[in-house]
Design a binder for this molecule. Structure first.
Ligand SMILES: *Cc1c(COP(=O)(O)O)cnc(C)c1O
Length: 384
């Protein structure tokens, strides 16, 4: 089965057996517990809804299928997936090598939560895989990467980094939230584990918070499954239904997100008030070749720097009528934000500067509106 077909059918095959109702859409199974005929063992597959739930199970099957994985697990948020993953695989004294431009919430989880438990993290510029290899020490258990990163759209080579990991017995984790499995499949490139914030493109409508882990390693899966139940950061059946529903249109949404983002990136690149545009689909992106190699499209996220001051950036955002000034990404509506004052305020100004996140850097999650309307909105706001 091809991607679009799996996205609609896997996990939601109508039950046409005796007693089955033939639902085309899986019911939202609200029952927290499942009765049994025999005291000694459950009658069906389910006992208690934290441990397993039919609506969640449908979602987990579909999640696995999208990433060409053997196993999928759904969580209450992207952060819940990340925390459960670390608690399942690492112990005190272990070490992670991570991309220095990681999602802020992931850095906070590493630095403020897990450091207290003796887990160390080294951040490197993973655009060069050599930097990843050099940071390895005898305690390194995980590589934790995102590509492209947020908001600077830096890429790392999933295949090369996974190879370094395999050689040194280190597990490679890729946060694939930005590309979605439609445009990038890290497991096919050699990574061991993929994580997602399903809040973003998989849900796709800015109305559900969720997370996911996909992998094919049976032993790692068993320990994650054990901790999914033991820790209990699971999504509600209704949330699972929303993500299942969102995924059905993932392919067509991603195509349009990327089409609109490419047009906007090209428009901005030629605007006299724009200093720089960061979008992997532009030939001017320094890693455009790597993007073409490991992604099948360039996604819906881009950033740009306007020529001016922080005040100019704030005035520009105020003038916009269609773009909502908001954090988050991946929904049908276009969102825009100022990392220096919004998503990345937790990073000290000096470090932000070092990373290249200037006061006039603007991040855009390009939605599915008519692209001419979006460009008109930007044009008017930039004109002032
Ligand atoms: C949003 C996000 C997360 C965290 O996911 P939540 O669902 O908000 O908990 C992790 N990684 C990336 C890249 C994200 O964009």
């Amino acid at each position: 089965m091809k991607f679009e077909t799996k996205a609609i059918h896997i996990g939601e095959e109508p039950n046409l057996s005796q007693g089955g109702t033939g639902d085309v859409v899986i019911p939202i199974h609200l029952s927290t517990t499942f009765a049994r005929k025999d005291v000694e063992q459950p009658t069906g597959r389910y006992e208690y809804s934290r441990t397993g739930n039919p609506t969640r199970r449908a979602l987990e099957k579909r999640l696995a299928a999208l990433e060409n994985a053997q196993f999928g697990l759904a969580f209450a948020s992207g952060m819940a997936a990340e925390a459960t993953l670390i608690l399942s695989i690492l112990k005190s004294g272990d070490h992670i090598v991570a991309f220095d431009d990681l999602y802020g919430g992931t850095k906070r989880l590493f630095n403020k939560v897990f450091r207290k438990f003796g887990i160390e993290v080294t951040y490197v510029d993973a655009r060069d895989p050599e930097n990843v290899a050099r940071a390895v020490n005898q305690h390194t258990k995980l590589f934790w990467m995102e590509t492209p990163t947020n908001p600077l759209m830096k890429l790392c080579d999933i295949k090369e980094i996974s190879e370094i990991g395999k050689e040194k017995n280190i597990i490679t984790v890729i946060d694939n939230t930005f590309m979605s499995p439609y445009f990038q499949k890290p497991l096919d490139l050699g990574a061991d584990i993929v994580i997602h914030s399903t809040t973003k493109y998989l849900g796709g409508h800015s109305d559900v918070v969720g997370g996911a882990i996909m992998l094919s390693n049976q032993k790692l899966f068993e320990s994650l499954l054990f901790n999914q139940n033991s820790i209990g950061a699971v999504p509600s059946p209704f949330d699972c239904y929303l993500v299942l529903r969102g995924i059905k249109t993932l392919a067509v949404r991603m195509q349009r997100h990327a089409y609109n983002a490419q047009k906007i990136a090209e428009y901005l690149e030629h605007h006299p008030k724009v200093k720089k545009v960061y979008y992997p689909g532009l030939p001017s992106h320094p890693q455009h070749d790597l993007a073409k190699k490991q992604m099948s499209g360039f996604g819906g996220m881009l950033s740009f720097e306007i020529d001016g001051t922080l005040t100019d950036a704030k005035i520009f955002l105020k003038r916009l009528k269609i773009f909502a000034v908001a954090e988050s990404l991946g929904g049908v509506e276009s969102l825009i934000e100022l990392p220096a004052l919004m998503s990345h305020t937790s990073i000290p100004a000096k470090e932000r500067e070092k990373l290249g996140i200037s006061d006039t850097l603007i991040r855009v999650s390009v939605g599915l509106e008519d692209v001419e309307d979006l460009i008109d909105d930007l044009e008017n706001a930039l004109a002032g």
